[in-house]
Design a protein around this ligand. Sequence first.
Ligand code: ATP
Length: 306
Amino acid sequence: IVQLYVPLNWFGTYYRAIQKNFVDMENMFDLMRVDSDVKDAVGAPELLVRRGGVEFKHVSFGYGPERLVLNNISFKVAPGSTVALVGPSGAGKSTIMRLLFRFYDVNEGAVLVDGQDVRTVTQVSLRANIGVVPQDTVLFNNTVRYNIQYGRLEASSADVIAAAKNADIHDRILTFPDAYDTQVGERGLRLSGGEKQRIAIARTLLKDPAIVLLDEATSALDTNTERNIQAALSRVCANRTTLIIAHRLSTIIHADEILVLKEGEIIERGNHEMLLAQNGFYASMWQQQLEARNNNNNANNNDNNA
Ligand code: ATP
């Protein structure tokens, strides 16, 4: 009994940690094969993905009965377009991602993919069509090759290399001691945040899903790394329905729609120009980020002059 109890308990803890942090949701299900709270409906069909349109229809949700975390949220992500979620910490951005991935079921309303309620289709088929690039990718204790190939296990070595090149990580991998055969993860070579994110991008390119969920890293990366990651990210989003949690507003000025969330409600919505013209919450966030950047630049200039 003790032997059985310990690992089960550990799975539970790990499961909750991942649920909470929106870390590698894709991997987690395969790794643990634990029961989650959501169940497939009896005889549920597979999701039929045509172009990957996403719709939230009057969605309300709370993790417990005492408090709603999302309140009557409605928006559409047209096939191939990009919608960005911004807003203060705790506003409900990650929760929206978790509901689309069907980590939890909504209390009211519905989440639809190509017109199908996510509660009516199998979870496996839903998740097979969604790629996730999390803020902090947890790598498997395995080779770099395996970590990329995980996106599509039957992919050839040439496909893995092509994906790595597209994600701007190929050249870096060639500098590792055993190139693609280098062991990474907790017990292998430790990679930087930017490198791990590019591995996740390569994995997602290989998976080739219709829908991509991105959680932009909050930690500041150096300008060069930042530029490389932006290029790789735009390749992973191209022609895919994309939902992105953005922390730096400069990365989403071209998004088709920006949803400004606050305390579980959409308080402003529109594209970058429209939101600036409104001179509201988004415009003040933008001002703040501009000022922070100018202050940084001035500080750097002063350093250079010293
Ligand atoms: P951040 O930018 O800090 O990641 P966010 O906008 O993504 O914030 P969410 O993670 O969606 O915010 O959280 C929305 C609210 O739900 C917060 O008040 C948070 O404390 C609460 N919450 C998040 N996960 C859970 C959970 N597993 N159980 C209970 N409450 C939760």
